[in-house]
Ligand binder design. Structure first.
Ligand code: PMM
Length: 267
């Protein structure tokens, strides 16, 4: 059964839901609602990775996310922390986060693998080539799928040196990170090639710009929830372990279709 990670951005500037939750209570309430809608994990992030976004000081990042994580964990919600800072990952793990979701795959902070090994949390290592400010110039590949696979393999080799266990690691192709639209579609269409690395995979396509390419010109960001849900269904069919989405109900419905299709009946 494909797992659903629901996005809870607690940043003032994130492109799709940022700025909506200006109090801890509201963010916790939203996280609880996401879990009630069927999210298996609520992925809490305090630093925007939107193209061109400025870096956030780790102390400020922790001020944003730690109270929210505590509130969600107290309410029985399974939490993932979306951070590239090892200090934030450690603080989040101590506050009860079960998963460390690192969009830099360990490249942004030389201490990350040590913290992952120490905390023994599940670790999502995403393919990444550089910070948001210079991401576009890094979107150069011979063959995007082969190159992403090779670069993720190098990350795996390095994290194992630091004592991270194989069973801890989930891989993610990093859609939209130093990738143009066609790169994202090729990674999705050939996801089986990344599966050969032998780790569970997570796909984060939700509301990303490349989905606009299948929508009419001028469509709103919220219109991307339909193509997001379709991607969730194809990802599930391809054996992907998890999808990371903004809108949980539409992805739950899509995954319900996949199950019914497979089993010959709905629940
Ligand atoms: N994308 C974003 C943030 N975190 N984490 C993982 N593992 N994979 C992703 O694709 C990913 C991520 C950027 O999107 P957002 O600003 O909508 O959260």
């Amino acid at each position: 059964m494909t797992q659903v990670f629901a996005i809870l951005n607690v940043t003032p500037d994130s492109f799709s839901d940022g700025g909506q939750f200006d109090s801890v209570d509201e963010a916790v309430a939203r996280g609880i609602e996401l879990a009630r809608q069927g999210a298996d994990f609520v992925d809490v992030g305090g630093e925007s990775t939107r193209p061109g976004a400025e870096r956030v000081d780790p102390a400020e990042e922790q001020e944003r996310v730690i109270p929210v994580i505590r509130g969600l964990v107290a309410a029985g919600v399974t939490v993932s922390i979306d951070t590239m800072n090892s200090a934030t990952a450690l603080a989040a793990a101590e506050a009860g986060a079960s998963v460390i979701n690192d969009v830099s795959g360990g490249l942004a902070d030389p201490d990350m693998y040590r913290v992952v090994a120490q905390t023994k949390r599940l670790y999502i290592a995403m393919h990444w080539r550089g910070h948001s400010t210079d991401m576009d110039s890094l979107a150069v590949y011979d063959d995007v799928v082969t190159d992403v696979r090779t670069e993720l393999k190098a990350r795996l080799a390095e994290m194992f040196v630091w004592g991270v266990e194989r069973e801890q690691v989930v891989l993610d192709p990093g859609l939209g990170f130093a990738k143009h639209a066609e790169h994202n579609w090729q990674l999705l269409g050939r996801i089986d090639e990344l599966a050969t690395l032998g780790h569970p995979l997570l796909i984060g396509a939700s509301r990303k710009r490349f989905l606009g390419g299948v929508l009419p010109e001028g469509a709103a960001t919220a219109d991307r929830d339909l193509p997001t849900a379709v991607v969730s269904a194809f990802a599930a069919q391809a054996g992907v372990w998890a999808v990371r989405v903004h809108d949980v109900p539409s992805t739950r419905t899509a995954l319900g279709v996949v199950d019914a299709w497979r089993e010959g009946r709905s629940r």
